[in-house]
Design a protein around this ligand. Structure first.
Ligand code: ATP
Ligand code: MG
Length: 357
């Protein structure tokens, strides 16, 4: 019987892997959608240049890192190459006025937010049945770099990494645990959880740690640092793929089953910090938790229920928005997923439908 069980498990993971792949493919943005988004970016860049002639408007986030789903929002970042540039707050106010006058976008400038941005949206139309949502920020160079890091990880093993990440993003949205404003986790946070799992938990690892591979030639501090943060990582993925190959041969389904099991059972939420750069760290070592019961430490504890270290801004907890209730819900969802997959329904497609119900 153990042989029969083994065979039935093998059948399930093979079928489930194929299902996942087919499911994800139909959620990718169409060529048409990508083209429209690029047109929007160009239009906005032209308009911004009437205020700051030396500016460039670049895509970051999912539209630029290979983890984009159909109809995902556009994250844009404006870089200004001149010395005496306007402040982000002034740019947001001026650009807000300009876009309101010159375009059909709904415009909402947020000049006084922690990171000042202009929020834009376009109503659905025949060519764009779902409309467009877009945020424009300024001088957010670290976000451009972390987008490039995620893109490099996606390129190392496109099939397994992209399928896993895209599935997890859809799953988190369908299960309603993807709202930092409501106490759960951002997409960026989920992507970091997947990468942490593939780099540090799986043995043998599915991905190398790009931030710990030594550079091919000596590199100056100036080249590796941005705003006081070390942003160096090995980005010659073509060369890497010639020299390094993962010894891990599990398919997407096996990895996903293990992923859900790890985050429902094994990750040490109360004391641990997931870091793609440094592996598993402790909250204590980062000063992100204190056992003291004084109210002074309460805020710290509330903000650090769930800890995911940013790859570059290492003093920044990407999951600081996650509340006590949010974490409870997220862990409950990991357990639910794990339970569904462990029960191995007769047909893989049924498991998939149940997961994303
Ligand atoms: P979606 O397709 O759901 O929009 P996304 O990949 O664009 O997903 P977001 O969570 O929208 O992910 O984040 C977009 C970018 O913003 C990230 O790539 C990252 O550069 C930056 N970012 C988002 N959240 C954080 C955060 N908590 N800390 C640091 N950077 C963040
Ligand atoms: Mg986004």
């Amino acid at each position: 019987t153990s042989q029969r069980k083994q065979a039935s498990r093998q059948r399930f993971v093979t079928e489930f892997s194929q299902c996942l792949f087919d499911f994800v493919v139909q959620l990718l943005p169409t060529q048409e959608e990508l083209a429209v988004k690029e047109d929007v970016r160009k239009l906005l860049e032209r308009l911004i240049r009437t205020i700051e002639p030396d500016s460039r408007l670049l895509s970051f986030g999912s539209t630029a890192n290979g983890f984009s789903l159909r109809n995902s929002d556009m994250d844009l970042c404006c870089l200004i190459d001149s010395e005496d540039r306007l402040s982000a707050t002034d740019m947001v106010t001026m650009l807000g006025d300009l876009l309101e006058r010159e375009t059909k976008f709904h415009v909402k400038p947020l000049p006084h937010a922690r990171i000042p941005i202009v929020k834009l949206s376009l109503d659905p139309s025949p060519g764009l049945p779902l409309g467009i949502a877009c945020d424009i920020g300024f001088e957010n160079r670290l976000a451009l770099e972390n987008t490039r890091l995620l893109m490099c990880y996606a390129m190392i093993d496109p099939t397994r990494v992209r399928s896993m990440v895209l599935f997890l993003k859809v799953w988190a949205k369908r299960r309603k645990i993807n709202s930092p404003y409501k106490g759960t986790l951002s997409s960026y946070g989920y992507v970091l959880l997947v990468l942490y799992f593939l780099i540090h938990v799986k043995n043998p690892p599915v991905l190398p740690n790009l931030q710990q591979i030594p550079p091919l030639r000596p590199i100056s501090e100036e080249e590796t640092h941005l705003q006081g943060h070390n942003i160096w990582f090995f980005d010659d993925i073509q060369l890497l793929r010639q020299r390094w190959q993962s010894a891990n041969t599990e398919n997407v389904a096996e990895l996903l089953i293990d992923f859900f099991r790890y985050y429902s059972r094994d990750f040490p939420y109360s004391v641990g910090v997931a870091s793609i750069k440094n592996g598993l760290l402790t909250k204590d070592s980062k000063g992100w938790q204190s056992d003291l019961d004084s109210p002074r430490y309460n805020d710290l504890r509330e903000r650090n229920r769930f800890c995911i270290e940013d790859p570059f801004e290492t003093d920044f907890n990407v999951a600081r928005c996650v509340t006590k209730e949010g974490l409870y819900t997220i862990r409950g969802e990991f357990m639910r997923a794990s339970r569904i997959l462990a029960s191995r329904p007769e047909r893989a497609i049924v498991a998939l439908a149940q997961l994303c119900e």
